[in-house]
Design a binder for this molecule. Structure first.
Ligand code: TYM
Length: 334
């Protein structure tokens, strides 16, 4: 806790164009924490380089992710919005926590297993220790809650194990973080293979709806979404494609599955897909126009980037110094 206020932390990688999975599972829920928590929302560029990035694209997406945070309702006066590599304490604490994380624990991470299969030619040590850097992100701010999609839950649980281990040796060092998983939208699936998570790194553009897709593109992608040979819109086991579309529709309209079934009774999949596309595109339109305004004002974005990094560095430094002291590192003589 900082000044008795509870802390919220989350991050997004600038490793690809952000999807409605990122939006519904994470970003759109962030603003709700601003009132009750002190919030830190980070653009995690250091995590992004565990997979090869094109430098110019990484740079562009770092600005874009920051702008998208704001376009999705995060006021930089009420939240600390910043870029991970601007606060060196993340990498420093990450090294320390590496020494408190077990090889076996990291080997069990499903994201590591998936990514090392996908990038078999580049299974680097950073990919393996990725969750340790994520634990450092969270623990540096003495975080209480971490709003994330379900795919990140295992990583937050690892951070909890690290807290337990570290605090046992050095009592009262870190706050125990709690993952908060959205009830609706915690796992948005691919439109092409609805048993797979929708992912910003998917090569099939039709599998993914991006936050910045225009209305025609959104509608076209939903129209082509893979479904099944049934014709009734209903939520049921084995109907992964329709279940996913109903979940997306429900996220954007706040309607329950029963209400959606009733709304589309007697109508076919075609009508339903069009309706999903429309509610999605209409919800994204104001985010997109705000995003374009923000991106056009680079000076403002940079001023907010700097302010965020300064605020974050202040809190991060406090925790890092405490940890270094506990470990027995000699402070630099003044
Ligand atoms: P990233 O960049 O992959 O995703 C950002 C957030 O979006 C959520 N998400 C989804 N939610 C629902 N359905 C989907 N298809 C979907 N795809 C992504 C993710 O769960 C995440 O909440 N390791 C993290 C970034 C990170 C972080 C942190 C998060 C680094 N440090 C500290 C929280 C706390 C990641 O790769 O997220």
């Amino acid at each position: 806790m900082i000044n008795e206020q509870k802390i919220c932390f989350s991050g997004v990688q600038p490793s690809g164009n952000l999807t409605i999975g990122n939006y519904l599972g994470a970003i759109r829920n962030f603003a709700a924490y601003s009132e009750a928590y002190k919030c830190f929302y980070c653009v995690v560029d250091e995590h992004a380089i565990t997979v090869r990035q094109v430098p110019a694209e990484l740079r562009r997406r770092t600005y874009e992710t920051l702008a998208l945070y704001m376009a999705c309702g995060l006021d930089p006066e009420k939240n600390t919005l910043y870029v991970q590599s601007h606060v060196p304490a993340h990498a420093e604490l990450s090294w320390i926590l590496n020494c408190f994380t077990m090889y076996g624990e990291l080997s069990r991470m499903t994201q590591f297993k998936d990514k090392s299969t996908k990038h078999a030619d580049n299974v680097n040590a950073g990919l393996f220790t990725y969750p340790v850097l994520m634990a450092a992100d969270i623990l540096l701010y003495q975080t209480d809650v971490v709003p994330v999609g379900i795919d990140q839950k295992q990583h937050v649980e690892l951070a909890r194990n690290i807290v337990e281990r570290f605090n046992q040796i050095y009592p009262d060092t870190f706050t125990m973080p709690e993952p908060i998983i959205a009830k609706n939208g915690k796992k948005i699936m691919s439109l092409a293979e609805p048993t797979k998570k929708m992912s910003k790194s998917d090569e099939n553009q039709n599998a993914v709806v991006y936050i910045l897709d225009d209305k025609d593109t959104v509608i076209r992608k939903f129209r082509r979404a893979v479904t099944d040979s049934d014709t009734r819109v209903r939520f049921a086991e084995g109907k992964d494609g329709i279940n996913n579309l109903m979940t997306i529709y429900s996220c954007f309209t706040n309607k329950s599955m029963d209400e959606i079934e009733r709304e589309f009774a007697g109508k076919g999949y075609g009508d339903f897909k069009l309706a999903v596309g429309e509610v999605c595109a209409d919800a994204l339109a104001p985010v997109q126009s705000r995003f374009r305004e923000l991106l056009a004002d680079k000076a403002y974005l940079e001023a907010m980037m700097k302010k965020g990094a300064e605020e974050a560095a202040y809190y991060a430094r406090k925790t890092l110094s405490k940890v270094q002291k506990k470990l027995g590192f000699v402070p630099l003589p003044r």
